[in-house]
Design a protein around this ligand. Structure first.
Ligand SMILES: Cc1ncc(COP(=O)(O)O)c(C=O)c1O
Length: 396
């Protein structure tokens, strides 16, 4: 697939080559510029760089060559003008929202969000006088009804964490654009390999690079992608002065992660589809949600919006909370961890971990019961993953 119209190469080629800034040694692999500051030959040079008259790095909170290389590669595969890397997915989310919104503004958000995203929108934004409306993100009428004259943006995750709800990015962006509001999409579960929200109509995409972009559970990172106007005039000044900069070392790790992202995602998706198909036949499971199964309630939308089904499977164990815990505790290969998007298969119980702080009523609205588990299917042999799951399900 060719995304960047200015590049003669395909996505898989750009993901390996774009954004490299080689040193005078002409190394093959990307160098790590592990430096906090930069030296100026003269005081005049320092002055002109601070004035923005001359290009160049000033301080690594503002920008760094290794971080810049990661940002360039990311915007290239997303097919978008600009991106900014951040220290984590949550700093990407919170910086985007806090730089865009001011007191008196209104945000509409899908209620099906990762626990910390929900905390930022529900608990932090109102402290700054920002009005928040939570809706069922899959219901287009609710987006229409929630729109107000002061609505500045909408926020959604698709697929959502952990119930894998799919929002119609194209239609929702049209609703928001009719009021000049922007759509922000958290694309952590898909990555731009599976879904390109900007091309579907979204304005801003946020990532937890900690997940599939690193893909090997090594470091935290995040990114925000959007047009030049938002990134340069709104977000960059906020990030420069508040400081959630990505470390150059982590940027290097994430850049190497990007090189294998497309082939890893393909394998994650193949493994997850096989596991989901087999698990859907298992009597110890009540309900299984996976974007690659025709039983997913938004299967038609998935086919239009995503080019593959991802690595996450959510299912409900047939039993009680104790049975679900026994199932988790009896796993051998698959590890209990609230992280996801790793080459290692990981499993978590959202009710008591990632979504613990939600009220019982909210959990119920979202379908997060105490027998729901979220499985992040890794890159191990798919038969070994299945064997571990089936053996542990047998034991309950
Ligand atoms: C959908 C989603 N957004 C954001 C985050 C936060 O990312 P990070 O842990 O890198 O801050 C997560 C983490 O699990 C997530 O699942």
């Amino acid at each position: 697939m060719k995304i960047n119209p200015n590049s003669k190469w395909h996505q898989q080629t750009n993901i390996i080559h774009s954004g490299i800034s080689r040193s005078q040694n002409n190394e093959t692999s990307e160098p790590i510029y592990l430096t906090s500051g930069y030296i100026y030959k003269t005081a005049e040079e320092a002055e002109s760089k601070f004035l923005g008259e001359r290009e160049g790095f000033i301080y690594s909170r503002y920008g760094n060559p290794t971080v810049h290389s990661f940002e360039t590669r990311l915007s290239d595969i997303e097919g978008c003008e600009k991106s900014i890397a951040t220290s984590s997915g949550m700093s990407a989310v919170s910086s985007t929202l806090l730089s865009l919104l001011k007191s008196g503004d209104h945000i509409i958000s899908s209620r099906a969000l990762f626990g910390s995203c929900r905390y930022v929108i529900e608990d932090i934004l109102p402290k700054f006088g920002i009005e928040v409306t939570f809706i069922d993100g899959i219901d287009l009428d609710q987006w229409e009804t929630a729109m107000k004259s002061n609505t500045v943006c909408g926020f959604l995750e698709s697929p959502s964490n952990p119930m894998l709800e799919i929002c119609d990015i194209n239609k929702i962006s049209q609703i928001l654009h009719s009021n000049k509001a922007k759509l922000i999409v958290d694309n952590a579960f898909c990555t731009s390999i599976i879904q390109k929200p900007i091309q579907l109509g979204a304005d801003i995409v946020v990532y937890s690079a900690t997940k599939h972009i690193d893909g090997q559970g090594r470091c935290l990172g995040g990114a925000v992608i959007g047009n030049e106007e938002f990134i340069e005039n709104t977000l960059r000044p906020f990030i420069r002065h508040t400081g959630p900069a990505l470390s150059p070392f982590n940027a290097w790790v994430l850049n190497k992660g990007l090189e294998t992202l497309e082939i890893r995602m393909e394998q994650h998706c193949k493994n997850a589809l096989k596991v989901a198909e087999e698990l859907s036949k298992n009597k110890k499971i009540n309900k299984i949600i996976f974007p690659g199964l025709p039983s997913h309630p938004q299967y038609d939308l998935i086919k239009n919006q995503m080019n593959n089904s991802g690595s996450i499977i959510t299912f409900q164990v047939n039993g009680k909370k104790e049975d679900t815990f026994n199932f988790l505790n009896n796993l051998d290969l698959i590890k209990i961890s609230n992280n996801l998007g790793d080459s290692k298969s990981l499993i978590t119980h959202p009710f008591t971990t990632t979504h613990q702080r939600l009220s019982l009523v909210e959990k119920e609205k979202l379908g997060i019961t105490d027998t729901v588990v979220r499985l992040s299917v890794g890159l191990e042999n798919k038969n070994d993953i299945l064997y571990d799951l089936q053996k542990s399900l047998e034991s309950i």
